[in-house]
Design a binder for this molecule. Structure first.
Ligand code: AMP
Length: 378
């Protein structure tokens, strides 16, 4: 089942992906504020006729008039344009306007105004009608692309020039039913797998890269430790495996990872640290990202000899508070897990032309520079 109303979930309409942008609470708040402003200007005496411009404004118009505290009328029109018989080109016409608007206060309700082209056409048409006064309220406004010297009386929310859908607005017919507003995903994420055996410095480097490139860092080890600390069901499940340096079962890890990815789909990119550790995990990650129109751009591996790493981990164990860092048998078991289940992932990504090995020995900054060099080329 497609869960199109869940926040943070990227939604797919035709060929494009959209991410959550403005929640219905904020929309309702903006609508109430517009209603208040219009009512303040018109008062109880004036009985306005609100005219929604179809199709986009139907939800906004419905919510707007539901809030309007005085008598009013409501009607809807559609702007149709067709080739005229003469040389003047396109002719614009309002379809559906059956009311007599003579001497009436007309308030146009628009869902969104961007370039102002539609607005100009609407103004042209209403100027020819014998109405008392014309006002215009728009829920969304894009100041960066508005090119006309036309007056807009009431603006709900000013937004940057991003293509949006939801709450009546569509992408080629779809998306009007969404309660919230979603924005188009124009840039793809720069997702990387930071790879290497235990103790290679993945966590340290991930933190530095994250800060430098404004990425999100997902460390499955950290997520497990957080859950153990907070005694969640997931934590209790993972603890017995982690305590001895075994991998947590794929099913558990994969579900948890998917939830973490789901929360971060608006990020510039994600650094996966400690995931994937098995081929099944790598495949699940690929599937999960593909469903969002994303992918792993590269696996960047920190390469270092095992003996050096065991010493590093024992050293870290003195301060990390991690029991699996303090016992050489547990550490060796982690390496065993790495060699038997995880190391093969190099082949998995290499086959896709995505593997980049980096020398993991030396100063922290030097290693970061090596990683950045690879990342910058992605
Ligand atoms: P780390 O902090 O990455 O060294 O992970 C510590 C421990 O968490 C590992 O030894 C595993 O028990 C567990 N763990 C972390 N990530 C994974 C994963 N992707 N798959 C299975 N177990 C994991």
């Amino acid at each position: 089942m497609v869960q199109i109303h869940r926040m943070n979930k990227a939604i797919k309409l035709h060929d494009k992906y959209f991410t959550h942008y403005i929640g219905s609470d904020k929309i309702q708040q903006a609508t109430r504020s517009l209603v208040q402003q219009v009512y303040n200007d018109l008062g109880d005496e004036e009985i306005p006729i609100f005219i929604g411009i179809l199709n986009g404004s139907f939800m906004f118009a419905a919510d707007f008039i539901r809030e309007y505290p005085a008598n009013c009328e409501i009607s809807f029109v559609k702007l149709a344009s067709y080739e005229g018989a003469n040389s003047s080109g396109k002719v614009n016409e309002l379809v559906g306007l059956t009311e007599d608007l003579t001497d009436k206060t007309v308030v146009i309700l628009e869902d969104i105004i961007d370039t102002g082209n539609t607005l100009a056409k609407i103004y042209d048409i209403f100027e020819t009608l014998p109405i008392k006064q014309l006002k215009l309220a728009t829920l969304f406004f894009k100041p960066d692309v508005f090119k006309k010297a036309l007056h807009i009386d009431y603006i709900g929310l000013s937004i940057p020039d991003k293509f949006i859908v939801g709450y009546g607005l569509d992408y080629d017919g779809l998306g009007r039913n969404l309660k919230d507003i979603y924005q188009i995903k124009s840039k793809n994420m720069k997702n990387i797998v930071l790879f290497g055996p235990p103790g290679a410095g993945k966590g340290t480097q991930a933190t530095l890269l994250k800060d430098h490139y404004n990425l999100v860092h997902i460390s499955t080890g950290d997520v497990f430790r957080y859950n153990i600390k907070n005694k969640t069901d997931l934590g209790m499940l993972a603890k017995s495996f982690m305590d001895v340096g075994d991998l947590v079962p794929d099913e558990v890890t994969i579900n948890m990872l998917k939830e973490e990815v789901q929360k971060n789909l608006e990020a510039v990119g994600i650094i996966f640290d400690g995931y994937p550790r098995t081929i099944s995990q790598a495949k699940a990650l690929d599937e999960c990202l593909l469903a969002k129109g994303e992918q792993i751009k590269a696996m960047i591996a920190l390469e270092a000899p095992e003996d050096e790493l065991v010493n590093r981990i024992l050293e870290r164990g003195k301060t990390s508070g991690r029991s699996d860092d303090q016992n050489e048998n547990k550490i060796r078991n982690r390496f065993n897990e790495y060699h038997t289940k995880t190391a093969i992932l190099k082949d998995y990504y290499e086959a896709q032309g995505k593997y980049f090995g980096v020398n993991g020995l030396g100063g922290i900054d030097d290693i970061t520079d090596r990683l950045k060099e690879v990342f910058d080329k992605l």
